[in-house]
Design a protein around this ligand. Sequence first.
Ligand code: AGP
Length: 528
Amino acid sequence: MQKNAHPHRDCNGKIAVVHNGIIENYQELKKELEKDDCGFKSQTDSEVIPNLISKFYKGDLKKALIKAMKRLKGSYALGVISSDEPERLLVARSDSPLIIGLGKGENFIASDVPAILKHTKKVIYLENKQLAVIKKDRVNVFDLKGKEVSPKIDTISYDVEAAKKFGFKDFMLKEIYEQPRVVSKILSQWMSLEGNIRVRDLDLNKDFLKEIEQIVIVACGTAFHAGLVGKYIFESLVRLPVWVDFASEFRYRKPIIKKNTLLIAISQSGETADTLAAVQEAKKSKIKVISVCNVLGSSLIRESDINLNTYAGPEISVASTKAYTAQLMTLYLLALYLARLKQNLNEDKLKKAISSLEKVARGQKKILARSRDIKRIARRHLHFGAFLYLGRGINFPNALEGALKLKELSYIPAEGYAAGEMKHGPIALIDEYRAVVCIANDSPVYDKMLSNIQEGLARKGKIIAIASEGNEEIKNYVKEAIFIPKIEPLFSPLFAIIPLQLLAYYIACLKGYDVDKPRNLAKSVTVE
Ligand code: AGP
């Protein structure tokens, strides 16, 4: 394994490289370099990089790096040093994120901000196909032609504290408990003192936004589930057709995109390769892009026309929780803004919607206060070999998200399903060995959900119900119920998701797993 560890050196042992990403044409390059008697020690794609730089090195590392960049295909964030130029560290990027931290008499490189935050808050987000020459007291940035460019220097708004656990056992629990504060912060950022929705980036684009006729949402993973909730939100409030797609599918399907389409790209990190590629694909149709993103300076923000920051603060745990509810809040407020703009929502309905959103923080706190009950339910269902999550309407995506949380944290097979689909196959799965989580809050589809619960019980399924406070009826059917505060059904996903996050968290903890760093997963999937 050691021989595959970074840094990798060229065969003369003079140039060393660390690499994050995937070199897609490394086989071809490796063959070419082997013809020059270059012996490889590892099985990695990364090892071609120092050898390619070495091939072009004629005493100037920057020139050699530029030549190598022109040959490399795929994604990379590179750190490069040479024994011939010990005072210089060179970096370069293509798709994989890379930041430069500017210190006093020292400089830093990393993939993401939390890694360097204790040293400095001043960062340069290197742009795609750029490189930089870093010395301890200066940083020069260049484009692929070798022309110097003056980089934007950002100052990180949050401090080391925000990236700490604050006495919580792990980041995930801290981030679950941060959600009420995050939703309040988002409201305060969007609402003017007079109670109107005020977002500068949207106000500057009113004319364009008034003309949109359909919305396309692209994202991956949890962000995709937020996008699915977004479909219900926009179609209900803005009355426009919405199409939600996995970014990884959208990017290759040669999608038909009509003019007057708005693309919304949702991403916590702003560095997810598939989401960035989907945005590139959409921009070929010359449509405008709104990003719903949690990391300022990220690639997605730079690729978008309008940026909606989700203000969740750094989300360290691989499993996304507060970023998800922050994405939902942002989508609700964007939908209300667009509905007002298109005159689909009168003043009274807007005020009602805003007052529902103003209840969310308090309601989430009430659910969090029930975490011990949820932990007890987790303990009683620890041994189940498989879970089914069922939801309807705007809470169907939450069934998918609850299942994703459980499988990515506890490695238990879990499937989310639209409850109405049960008779079309999945009901065959239910028996006494399967736990069935049913999102059955008060809503126009509550009775349908109750029927699903009865069908599950008839097949000896172990039901865990998420129900609204005051629902005494459901206690006649299920032993395990987690109650959430009553709220207008349209906004209920902001409550229903909290018990699902906690259930997954406690099951994984009780199984002894590392909830912040689940196996095989990365916080940001910057390669395909
Ligand atoms: C969610 O818990 C996972 N960490 C993963 O599905 C994640 O949501 C997905 O990779 C998208 O990441 P992004 O929001 O940074 O684009």
